[in-house]
Design a protein around this ligand. Sequence first.
Ligand code: DGL
Length: 263
Amino acid sequence: MREAPVGVFDSGVGGLSVLAEISRLLPDESLLYVADCGHIPYGEKSPEFIRQRCRLVADFFQQQGAKAMVLACNTATVAAVADLRERYPHWPLVGMEPAVKPAAAATRSGVVGVLATTGTLQSAKFAALLDRFASDVRVITQPCPGLVDLIETGELDSPALRQLLRSYVEPLLAAGCDTLILGCTHYPFLKPLLAEMVPSTVAIIDTGAAVARQLQRLLHERGLLAAGPAQPAQFWTSASVQHLQDILPLLWSGSGRVRRLAM
Ligand code: DGL
């Protein structure tokens, strides 16, 4: 069981930013990755729809013998993590949420900006996160429709992407935010662009590394950490295999086979 793979899931390629953190911290783990590119973006879909998709993927990882699952998607986590925990009570499951707690601790101006999907920002789980950790700071939320779709094309520096990103970030800077939370796993791929757009005094925070550490903790507690060597990562997409194959080298430094998952 220790050498069984870990299943990592996102609506698309965003979770590859988390996969990279997992592979850096836990190089002996064999990784499976499912991108539900056929149904992206989740940010504008209903929670019920997302829960159904997550169930299908969780069942698939179970069939593949995965010893744990990482929901490498903030939007899927708010919609489905409770449902999946109920469905698989004994399966180590790691979800993710915007880094409100570290951002509230880090801000000096007292103003924090959150870039995330509409689904994440409208959720009760996100409201609870703000109540719990951000009562002393001003949090400005910015839904970013369209951004994920552009990132999915694999063009991370197009004029359209720059323009859209700028339109989302500028109001946050104008409001005095000195800490920017990337509350969607697609957005870490925009860090080079963001670094050009925001002053160097603005901290940019995401939770990929924290999720990798949480996975490490859970596997360690259960005696499930792999001794290695890891198998090459395996990828599945619910849309075009060719497209994922084409853009994978831009977003993932390792190798890996891509297959189609009809679901
Ligand atoms: N990557 C996902 C997240 O972390 C969402 C992308 C989407 O809208 O599908 O929220």
